[in-house]
Design a protein around this ligand. Structure first.
Ligand SMILES: [Zn+2]
Length: 248
C-alpha cells in the first residue's frame, strides 16, 4: 500500500536513525553488546528502544544525555536478555545523578539505590563499571539486580511462578554457599555483599557477568542457579540461543 508506506516513512526513518545512533553508542561503550551476533544485537537494540520509551529519566546535577539513557537502559536489558519479559514495569522513573550522593540519614556516599520511587544511579560509577568489564564492579547491573527483585514482588514477574521458584533456588544458594560461609577462600564479595541476601544477589549478578569463570569455579551451585534463572551463560554464549527462541 503505497499511500500507507509514504505515511509511515518519516517514522521509519526516525526509528532507523535512532537504531543507528544506539548501535554506535553501544559499540563504543558496551562490551556485552559487542559480543552478540548481528541477530542478537538487533533484539538488544529493540529492547532498549522499548525500555527507554517506557521510562522517565531524570538527570540531577547534570545535563540530560541520550547516550546515558541508552547505556543505563542497556544494563537493564543485559540482565534480562534471556527472558521474554524485560520492561521492569513496576518502575517508571530512573534518576541519574552526576556522582556518588548521600541519601536519607546515611553519611556514606552511595553509587546507587532502588526504592519504590525509582532506580537511582550515580553516572560516574556506572561509567566506571562499563570501562573495565572484568573487575566485577558494575553499578548498572547491581542496581538493575535490585530492581529485578522488586519486579518479582510487585511487577510482572510476580505472576511468573517458574521464575520465582528459580529465584528462590538462587536465594538458597546465596544463603548456604556465600552468606553462611563468610570466610570463603575466593574473597569475591565485599563486606556489604556478605551483609544480607539482597546485597549478595546484586553482587552475584555483577560477578556472574564480569567474573563468570571465578564465580563458577568457587561457587558452582550458585553460578548454575543464576544461569538457570536468567537463561544466560556468559561462559558459553547461550545468550544467542536464548534470544533466538523469542525471535521465532
Ligand atoms: Zn546494593
Amino acid at each position: 500500500m503505497p499511500f500507507l508506506d509514504s505515511l509511515f516513512a518519516p517514522f521509519r526513518k526516525k526509528r532507523e536513525l535512532l537504531i543507528q545512533s544506539y548501535a554506535k553508542t553501544l559499540d563504543s561503550y558496551f562490551p556485552y553488546y559487542k559480543r552478540l551476533q548481528p541477530e542478537g544485537r538487533k533484539v538488544f537494540i529493540e529492547r532498549i528502544l522499548h525500555f527507554r520509551k517506557s521510562k522517565s529519566f531524570h538527570f540531577l546535577e547534570m545535563e540530560k544525555s541520550a547516550d546515558i539513557e541508552v547505556l543505563v537502559s542497556a544494563a537493564a536489558v543485559q540482565l534480562t536478555f534471556g527472558l521474554p519479559e524485560y520492561n521492569y514495569g513496576f518502575f517508571e522513573d530512573i534518576y541519574i545523578i552526576k556522582g556518588a550522593y548521600t541519601y536519607g540519614a546515611s553519611t556514606t556516599p552511595w553509587a546507587g539505590h532502588v526504592n519504590h520511587q525509582g532506580i537511582h544511579v550515580a553516572w560516574d560509577h556506572v561509567l566506571k563499571g562499563y570501562v573495565l568489564e572484568t573487575d566485577g564492579y558494575n553499578v548498572g547491573l547491581h542496581e538493575m539486580a535490585h530492581a529485578f527483585e522488586y519486579e518479582l514482588v510487585f511487577g510482572d514477574y510476580a505472576f511468573d511462578h517458574i521464575l520465582k521458584s528459580r529465584f528462590y533456588a538462587v536465594s538458597i544458594a546465596i544463603r548456604d554457599h556465600v552468606i553462611d560461609q563468610p570466610w570463603h577462600l575466593a574473597e569475591l564479595y565485599s563486606p556489604q555483599g556478605l551483609s544480607n541476601n539482597h546485597e549478595c544477589w546484586a553482587e552475584s549478578v555483577e560477578l556472574f557477568f564480569e567474573k563468570p569463570a571465578k564465580l563458577k569455579e568457587y561457587y558452582p551451585g550458585l553460578f548454575s542457579t543464576i544461569a538457570e534463572l536468567l537463561q544466560q551463560d556468559p561462559l558459553q554464549g547461550k545468550m544467542e540461543e536464548a534470544t533466538a527462541s523469542y525471535l521465532s
